[in-house]
Each structure stands twice: as structure tokens, then as C-alpha cells.
Design a protein around this ligand. Sequence first.
Ligand code: F3S
Ligand code: F3S
Length: 105
Amino acid sequence: TYVIALPCVDVKDRACVDECPVDCIYEGERSLYIHPDECVDCGACEPVCPVEAIYYEDDLPTVWADYYRANVDFFTELGSPGGAAKTGVQAFDHPLITALPNQVP
Ligand code: F3S
Ligand code: F3S
């Protein structure tokens, strides 16, 4: 799967959402998250992110290794909705993201 890391937090450019052929990039309050089971590893989202927040799981920089779990665990309650557009914006984030100070002063 692909993973969205720290640079997305409080930026949420959303260019990635328009590229994803399976609509598996879901929106939380301060970040977006890629559904690990719905992502088909097409890689279309990765080059369009202006802040380089998206990585294939094996290429995730070590400092952001925890973001793999953040993307997976974001869906603990949501399950596999099968489409981000119909699911809409969630009013929560993974605790790792919630704990961060504002990233865009
Ligand atoms: Fe975030 Fe980059 Fe997508 S900032 S919303 S991962 S285009
Ligand atoms: Fe979509 Fe990116 Fe996966 S475009 S299918 S989230 S690699």
C-alpha cells in the first residue's frame, strides 16, 4: 500500500484524491489517509502531492515509519467503506496526528 505521512498534516492539498482510480484516499480533520486494503498500488497519487507526503510503504522515510500504522489504524472504526467521496470528511484523526502542533502557522 501507499502511505500519507507528516507533510500532509494541516496542508491537505487534495490533488491526490483526484488521481486515485479507486477513490481510496480518505479525509480526516487534519490529514488524509490511504486505505491499505482498497489501494491497488497504482502509484498515481504519489507524484502529484506538492509537499511529497505520499510514499510506497517500503520507501517511507524512517522518521515517518509510524505513519504506516496511522494510515492503517485510521480505518479501525470506518472499516472498508469502498469509496472516499461517499464517505465524506471525518471529524477525527489518528492520535499520532491529533497530538501534533499546528503544522501551518
Ligand atoms: Fe495531502 Fe498531498 Fe494529498 S498534501 S491531501 S497527500 S496531495
Ligand atoms: Fe490510489 Fe494512490 Fe493507491 S492513487 S490506488 S492511493 S497508490
